[in-house]
Write a protein that binds this ligand. Sequence first.
Ligand code: GDP
Ligand code: MG
Length: 665
Amino acid sequence: MTTVALMGNPNTGKTTIFNQITDTYAYVGNWTGVTVEKKMGNIKHSEIVVTDLPGIYSLNPITKDESVAINYLLTDDADIILNVTNAGQLKRNLLLSIELLEFGRPTVIALNMIDDLKRSGIYYDINTLSERLGCHIETTNARNKDGVKELRDELLNMPADELPDGSALELDYPFMVKQAIRQASEKLVSDYDMKPAFARWIAIQYINKNKIIRKYAVKNDLKPLLEQQGYYDAQNFENKIFNTRLSFIDTTLTAATKNLKSTKNVEMTSKIDKIITHPLLGLPIFILIFLFMFKLSFDWIGTPISDQLDALLSGPISTYADKFLISVGAMPFLRSLIVDGVIAGVGGVLTFIPQIFTLFACISILEDSGYMARAALVTDRIMQTIGLNGKAFIPLIIGFGCNVTGIMAARTIEQPKERLITTLISPFMSCSARLPIYSLFVAAFFPKNQALIVLSIYFLGIAIALLMAKFYQVIFKVKDSTVFIVELPKYHIPRLDIIWRGTWDKSKGFVKKAGTIIFAGTVLIWLMSNFGPAGFVTDIDNSFSALLGKVLLPVFAPIGITSWEAISALFTGIMAKEVISSSMMVLFHTSSQTALIAAFGQMFTPVAAYSMLVFVLLYVPCFATIGTIKSETGSTKWAVYSVVSSLVIAYAMSFIIFQVGSLLF
Ligand code: GDP
Ligand code: MG
């Protein structure tokens, strides 16, 4: 039986290729000792078994997950190696390829994502590459299945024997290193009966301080290596090996690169990047762009349209609906449920669609134009200082749309601890569901500085997330963080259809939820505020909502929340954050924002209002998010932890803001 080991950097398309070349019935299980999914499947119509290994940047593992790959090479006798690379990032990808080629098994390198490379105007001469690397090369676009059939045929036709001696890749390492490799490997061949290529590879990996190989050497008592360890390390051979590899990659790529079109676009991109990713200017520019985005969404486009909708809803629509219900003889009970409950609550939340659409259209434009990748780069510097990397930035940005999708996006982070940290901090990203309540409050209390106040809430969320990340890094004892190198796409004018799709993808959840959970939440709060221990109540002060809110008043007073309506609304908001605003509308019997704003004026000072917003930002994730945390971490413990910790943090922050703010203002 022939076996193929599928290896490569994370996110290069290994799994996509795996799914396309194998039968769909892949065996999935866990590797012994680690909880990384193990996926094996037969190449269609053949006996060849492919194993999809976890993504790695080098054979020297940092984490347990990463050690799966090298252990596989050591123990499972892969006949053929299929190395999937991102063609646009060959410089980094080839570092791993070299280690694999030194292993001396028949190897195919797939230059995947060739579509991205083509778009950047670069083209590699495949013959040159294949000659210099000494292996087969196929270009693929796994997403479109281009070249995948050729790749499969290549694998089917590969002789699964060892390569003939001396035909594994041999780099021109500095003399001393070469000498050391030769001496050790000759002894390994003669005294330990190893195959020459394998012995060379073991020697190189050993010299290169590969933890697993060092253990392997101890276990098998490989004296020629063990005796020299002090010498290797003292001479810093590891650095010399790394430098030789880098310069080999440079010369190989230079020789193989053909610039199809050194287009104006490329020049323009690098000019823009000089400014936008500038070490000092990068961050202020990032903040300005976001400020502009919020200005657009709140002050210039979103709110004015939203106001129109609101006037329509609380005026003609409510009146008409009420008249209609009276004319068909609906009971007062039902009329109240529909007009004060559903129209006020669900309809009221829907009037915030303009802000949400504008904001997500802006984010989609930033994504499609190529700016978001730069934002990840700019923020990577900050992320580095707290020990995370730019990779975590992307799930966090997605979290602005919805925390659930943000947490799901954290799946791309390969290190379990970094993934867990990103999952835990994701709920602090201010999702779209929180916008309606922000909008209401800033309109009521900060009419002149709406965008700035909302922006400050967003940044506060980011700041808390980063602080917590740092805290978890220390607690979880995360030492090394993965390398993060983003590929920067060329700038281009965003395409309308892509922006539309991006905007819709991010905001559709909001629209769809209106019919389901927001509706349910609205009905719940309507029931709670129309019924009390004594049954149907006419005075809302005797309702369950009021009772619940009043019981909790002493708890909320220190953070400036002194109305039971707000407390009840926060309570229902756990179902979904939009429900906070719809609940307010139900509790005040109005969907009119102007009426609400007037009512709020009685209940909050501006400082208390800000404290309330901070509390809304940070307190308990919504049901869907809690569920996602549970399923992604595979543990109820983390879900419960997330609820408790965010409550504590929310309370503490609001407390500080309200207490200090009240002294100052
Ligand atoms: P893995 O981490 O190496 O297993 O990578 P995946 O197979 O999960 O792919 C990562 C992402 O790259 C997915 O979103 C794929 O849809 C995408 N992808 C895979 N192959 C290609 C390709 O050839 N071109 C482009 N543009 N994207 C690809
Ligand atoms: Mg994968």
